[in-house]
Design a binder for this molecule. Structure first.
Ligand code: GN1
Ligand code: MG
Length: 363
């Protein structure tokens, strides 16, 4: 196997490499930090999981278009410190592509500039949540006039009908022999009760009343970078930036930020949907997204807050039933624990819907 140094040597990076160390806790790609000598920037080296992202060329084209467009907007607005406000991918030496395919090992790699003096967090308070809402709304607003046509890096990524079908297929195949367990049966029954309601976005889309826009589609709290004083710097992890419903960004942020515990906490009785986080995020989001949102999108934001815990429960559960082939796990029942957690979050959010609706209407 090639060393990380050999991989890094393909990219036009500045400075002498001192060390390459693991970074972050994503569930899909493998990420490392490249530390360099002197005043050269540090970098992020990533191995792209191409079982998940099957068209790396399309994905990097999307990311380059998105970062180019945002950079242009920031420059036009006279922003300073732009390299900390939008990601920058590094071309290969003597070329223009921003990734390499190591054919011998069938692995894809890319490098971006490491954003200095920035942090990601796993939890936010209401104040930060408001700023995150503004930042994600602004991200969508900036991309609303992107001239490039972006492809779907994972086709039908947030299509609930597809995710439900994948769960049904997993159950039918029962590849890991996990389906007959009484708890698994109980969860399946519970999820089935809400399936039709949760597939509403796809119906609205077919009826022509719900648009697709360029969305981030992985707005977990830890995909937002803050500076040391707590100001939002930028949105990272752009792999899934593609056409989707705005529900993706609104719902997935709240799925992680409004949960009182982490998405894989086994303490299911402690899971609850935090309305203070919902309100702060919705306020910030609507301040920057109102300029393009339609009434149908706005009135369905409470639905989005339900959809994402539900969809994530279905996805974790399908992976558990399939024998853990998609998400990285740390122990055998990890995906089941995640499922229980997301189901509990869904039910807690469900009980908050009247309050969510009243609040959104008041804004
Ligand atoms: C994955 O790669 P990461 O950890 O940011 C997943 C998201 C899930 C999330 C659950 C491409 O995100 O959709 O919401 O795990 N990304 C992909 O933690 O499937
Ligand atoms: Mg991530």
């Amino acid at each position: 196997m090639k060393s990380l140094d050999e991989i890094a040597a393909h990219f036009a990076i500045e400075g002498e490499i001192l060390a390459i160390k693991p970074l972050g806790n994503g569930l899909i790609n493998d990420t490392y930090k490249i530390e360099t000598a002197g005043s050269a920037p540090d970098y992020v080296l990533q191995r792209v999981n191409h079982n998940v992202f099957k068209d790396v060329e399309l994905m990097q084209n999307n990311i380059e278009a998105v970062t180019r467009h945002i950079r242009g907007k920031l420059e036009a607005a006279g922003e300073t410190d732009i390299d900390r406000k939008v990601l920058k991918f590094i071309p290969v030496k003597g070329g223009s592509k921003t990734y390499i395919h190591d054919a011998a090992e069938d692995r894809y790699w890319r490098v971006s500039v490491f954003i200095p003096d920035a942090v990601t967090v796993e939890t936010v308070n209401a104040e930060y949540s408001y700023f995150c809402g503004k930042a994600f709304g602004n991200f969508e607003a900036m991309l609303s006039d992107i001239p490039d046509t972006l492809g779907e890096t994972i086709p039908d990524f947030h299509n609930m009908e597809l995710r439900s079908r994948q769960l049904r297929e997993a159950v039918a195949a029962d590849a890991a022999g996990r389906v007959n367990d009484p708890e698994v049966q109980a969860i399946l029954k519970d999820l089935a009760e809400y399936d039709e309601e949760m597939c509403k976005a796809e119906r609205l889309y077919r009826e022509g009343v719900l648009p697709k826009r360029i969305c981030h589609c992985d707005t977990k709290v830890n995909n937002m970078m803050f500076d040391k004083s707590g100001n939002v710097l930028c949105v990272i992890d752009l792999d899934t930036t593609m056409p989707s419903f705005v529900f993706s960004d609104f719902g997935d942020f709240l799925r992680t930020a409004a949960n009182t515990v982490a998405e894989d906490s086994p303490e299911v009785d402690k899971v609850a949907f935090r309305m203070d986080i919902f309100k702060a995020f919705a306020k910030g989001y609507l301040e920057s997204a109102s300029c393009f949102l339609t009434p149908v999108e706005k009135e369905n934001l409470p639905y989005a807050a339900l959809l994402f815990p539900y969809m994530q429960a279905v996805r974790f559960f399908a992976d558990y039933i399939n024998g853990d082939t998609y998400y990285k796990i740390k122990y055998p029942e990890h995906n089941l624990v995640r499922t229980r957690n997301q189901v509990a979050l869904f039910h807690s959010a469900l009980s908050c819907v009247p309050e969510m609706k009243a609040y959104i209407e008041s804004l």
